[in-house]
Design a protein around this ligand. Structure first.
Ligand SMILES: [Zn+2]
Ligand SMILES: [Zn+2]
Length: 334
């Protein structure tokens, strides 16, 4: 079978590999869709401290169980299920978390093995009828977005700003609407990408420069109830704090580069305005199941966000499209 394997930064190879066989307690699946995201580009460029090469990449996985033909979606982040955080229901911050495509071979392959650890935490979800494999693969990033918005308590009547018009930003706009947000503003410094995203997700306003100023103008000086940074940008995080309303919530959804994680923060804004700043680290198995339900019942439409469907040998083209902002969601069909 064909696989896309990471060997070193800048070195992903399409290779022939023997079909893997499931051991006791494991599941073998025929991958139908594995979507790409910004993380794949980061791994391609810089590698990742949790990846010991060679490793089959791909963590947004949907396929069929070999033998039964069951249609399934698979989690990416695997909590241990037994540590203090997991036992208290905080699986997204499990310190023993492992990931598909990092610690285990992922979905850029015709066949893959689902480890017993994934099954032990209910990490394999049946895809509801009416939901295609490509849409189901997007349940994983949507689950992360769901975790972020639930921590930032996005709800009815909120004015929400989403900074970053990539696939994650688009999912944030759609989910904020589903949760009853009053207005959603979309920000990106790349005007072309912003226009492409806005065409699809129809924010109430788009902003490509001076975001703090513009958001204050749009909200009559009040600021936004929730600001979500879906970009690896310290400047965006700094601006986010300045455009939040009193008692506003700020989600630092996207992480910053490892070598540049420090930002300047006016602590008095947080103090006097009673701001809440929250992080977001992936998603739990329950978030994945909920995300699939949101897709199935139409609350969050994802099919139109999938702008490119590519065969496995073109996985590098897919990663390149995403990194240039020339696509919203690229899905690989091995
Ligand atoms: Zn991803
Ligand atoms: Zn744990």
């Amino acid at each position: 079978m064909k696989v896309a394997r990471f060997h070193a930064p800048g070195d992903i190879r399409i290779e022939d590999a023997p079909e893997p066989e499931a051991g006791p307690g494991e599941l073998k699946i025929r991958v139908r869709n594995c979507s790409t995201c910004g993380t794949d580009n980061k791994i391609f460029k810089f590698g990742h401290h949790h990846i010991r090469p060679p490793r089959v990449m791909g963590h947004e996985i949907a396929g069929e169980v070999v033998g039964t033909g069951a249609r399934v979606q698979v989690i990416a982040a695997i909590p241990c299920g037994t540590c203090q955080e997991c036992v208290r229901g905080r699986q997204t911050v499990c310190p023993n978390q492992e990931s598909m495509g990092y610690h285990y071979d992922g979905g850029f392959a015709e066949y893959m093995i689902i480890p017993a650890k994934v099954l032990a935490v209910d990490g394999v979800n049946a895809i509801p009828s009416g939901v295609g494999f490509a849409e189901a693969s997007v349940a994983e990033p949507l689950a992360c977005v769901l975790n972020g918005q639930s921590l930032a308590r996005v709800g009815a009547g909120d004015d929400v700003v989403v900074m970053g018009a990539g696939p994650i930003g688009c999912l944030h706009v759609r989910l904020a609407r589903a949760r009853g947000a009053s207005r959603v503003f979309l920000v990106d410094v790349n005007a072309e990408r912003l226009a492409m995203a806005a065409e699809l997700v129809r924010p109430d306003a788009v902003i490509d420069a001076d975001p703090a100023e513009q958001v204050l103008k749009l909200t009559g000086g009040r600021g936004a109830d929730v600001v979500i940074t879906a970009a690896a940008s310290g400047a965006a995080q700094e601006q986010a704090v300045r455009m939040a309303a009193r008692q506003g919530r700020i989600s630092f959804f996207g992480g910053l580069p490892k070598d540049d994680p420090v930002i300047a923060l006016d602590s008095n804004l947080v103090h006097y305005r009673e701001l809440t700043i929250v992080g977001a680290n992936g998603s739990s198995p329950a978030h994945n199941a909920e995300a699939l339900r949101l897709v199935a019942d139409g609350a969050v439409v994802v099919s139109d966000l999938i702008t490119h469907r590519l065969p496995l040998p073109q996985v590098l083209d897919g990663i390149d499209l995403v990194s240039r902002g020339a696509a919203i969601k690229v899905t690989i069909e091995p």
